[in-house]
Design a protein around this ligand. Structure first.
Ligand SMILES: [Zn+2]
Length: 346
């Protein structure tokens, strides 16, 4: 039975912020979009169907004590009793994962249709990326030097980091995203996340991985690679989908329409705070700031409505007006679906 994870909050003694107001205009996700994306994920998952090796140990803490959590589009997810990680137990092969982020339309992820848009990009930089960069700057206590963002997508965070005083450098495997970021004047290295990126990380003052570690088979190895490549005092920023959360619960209840958080085939892991703490410790980093926030309430009410095939009625819109108040209560209670951690190399 799903437990919701053994460690809701860790990072004892580390300064923590909870909650982040959500600007609904940045979401741009209609019920129709959700249904379409869920159907496309189902198709992608079917293309990747067939025998895949089944993991018998947690990819983060190596515990073999695993329990089934949920099956999404034919992909089983397990929950680790050791660190609480929820992970794809029969993940796609590495080549199939790479193809999701290639220019091949037949194999690539449908998720980016919402992100590669000029006006929406500018708004997301201002409303989503800038507050995160502000939090990181406040936690570190200064700006400046090179900020390397691994898996930078369209460069939203780097645009905000540049405005705050850093020199931006992005590493991005998706050629469409890379081209979009270059068009905004950001230097991009087109490369899939590998375990040999030390050349890109030379001289970095900040290395960030926003919503990236959930896409790679061995996330702990990537964090350790960063730890080996940078000197003491370098900062590392990690943002990942978080468990236990209300969004995890929504995915558990409505797996057939999962379009974010726990969704196959792309998200291989949804992390507990303990799992992130473990990866950072092993890589030689100490957390200095934690921020939890999310879109749990929206995920829950949208999942209920889409599952019941309800229209986007004024009644639904009125429930949406409760978003920030309810989400703050969820964040304060420890069930946010997003976790951002700032850490320093020891
Ligand atoms: Zn584990």
């Amino acid at each position: 039975m799903p437990t919701g994870g053994p460690h809701i909050r860790v990072f004892d003694g580390v300064p923590r912020r909870t909650g982040k107001p959500l600007d609904m205009r940045t979401l741009n996700r209609t019920f129709e979009w959700r249904r379409g994306i869920a159907a496309r994920h189902q198709e992608l998952a079917e293309q990747l169907a067939g025998p895949r090796p089944r993991l018998t140990a947690c990819p983060v803490c190596a515990s073999a004590e695993l329990a089934p959590f949920v099956v999404i589009h034919g992909f089983p997810y397990a929950e680790c009793a050791g660190c609480g990680l929820v992970f794809s137990q029969e993940p796609p092969e590495a080549d199939a994962i790479k193809a999701l982020y290639s220019a091949d339309k037949a194999k690539r992820t449908p998720q980016d249709t919402i992100y590669v848009d000029e006006a929406l990009h500018a708004r997301r930089v201002q409303v989503i990326a800038a507050p995160k960069v502000e939090f990181i700057k406040g936690t570190i206590g200064r700006a400046g030097g090179t900020w390397v963002d691994i898996g930078c997508a369209t460069g939203e965070v780097l645009a905000a980091a540049q405005a705050a005083g850093w020199s931006p450098l992005g590493v991005e495997p998706d050629p469409l995203h890379a081209a979009f970021a270059r068009g905004r004047g950001i230097t991009i290295v087109e490369d899939f996340v590998s375990l040999d990126q030390s050349t890109h990380l030379q001289g970095a003052s900040v290395v960030s991985m926003f919503n990236m570690l959930e896409h790679v088979n061995r996330p702990g190895d990537v964090v350790e690679m960063v730890g080996r490549a940078v000197p003491a005092g370098t900062h590392c920023v990690i943002e990942v989908p978080r468990h236990p959360s209300i969004s995890s619960f929504a995915n558990l209840a409505f797996p057939q329409i999962a379009t974010r958080h726990i969704y196959a085939p792309e998200h291989l892991h949804v992390f507990t705070e303990r799992a992130v703490e473990l990866m950072l410790e092993r890589a030689g980093f100490t957390a200095i700031g934690v921020w939890t926030f999310g879109q749990d309430y929206q995920e829950l009410i949208s999942s209920v409505a889409v599952s019941a095939r309800l229209p986007e009625s004024p009644f639904f819109q009125a429930l949406g007006d409760l978003t920030n108040g309810v989400q703050q209560a969820i964040d304060d209670g420890g069930f946010s679906d997003a976790l951002l951690v700032v850490a320093r190399r020891n």
